[in-house]
Write a protein that binds this ligand. Sequence first.
Ligand code: Z5A
Length: 208
Amino acid sequence: MKGLLITFEGIEGVGKTTQVQRAFDLLEAEHPGRVVVTREPGGTRAGEAIREIMLQSGAAYIDGMTEMLLVFAARRQHLRELIEPALQAGKIVLCDRFTDATFAYQGGGRGVPEQHIERLQDMVQDGLRPHLTLLFDAPVETGLARLRARKDLDRMETEAVNFFRQVRAKYLELAARHPDRIHVIDANADIETVSAAVRTILAGHKLC
Ligand code: Z5A
């Protein structure tokens, strides 16, 4: 495929969505009409409906393996309907979360065995992996405090602090396992400093 898939990852409130928008502005200036922003779960009508099921506050208990199946169902549709056509057309796709989130949340957080996630990854993605991943890392308390200041918490955001510690630990483990793809950014810094770190990484890949 001719395009590039760049994913943005991290626990809640670390500033992914803020930085996706800033990266879009930066890249769009360099590559007009070539940059696409999307998110997971979501990005398609079916995917957004699955997101609703995943996040609705007050929702009944959802089993970890069920969550994994939901996010991969959304991902398959996302790939077929949006990501693969965009990559075929040579676009730069910026995706707010992707499969590393499944390893971190369903694997690290819920305890779903990694081989189940790997099997679905192979089945659903036909070998596609992100070309570059930006992992925004900050203490759990920092992210949750930012979210609480902003909005009501959704179903997943009401998990115990220890759940997010496990998610964060899994993300850092993934980064250590894939150092060429996953770049860890200190998200505890102010927004401008974080944006500067993103710009340096994108420039290192000759994207800006
Ligand atoms: N999920 C899953 O379980 N498995 C999967 O495979 C996938 C997803 C794909 C939805 O994700 C949920 O889906 C998520 C995991 C699960 N669980 N939860 N909860 P989401 O990405 O939509 O949810 P989120 O992480 O909660 O996103 P968010 O609330 O939008 O947070 P964010 O994108 O990291 O942060 P932000 O919106 O850019 O910033 C939050 C606030 O902090 C905002 O007021 C900013 O102005 C402020 N901010 C941002 N950066 C800074 C800095 N540097 N300093 C100070 N303040 C800042």
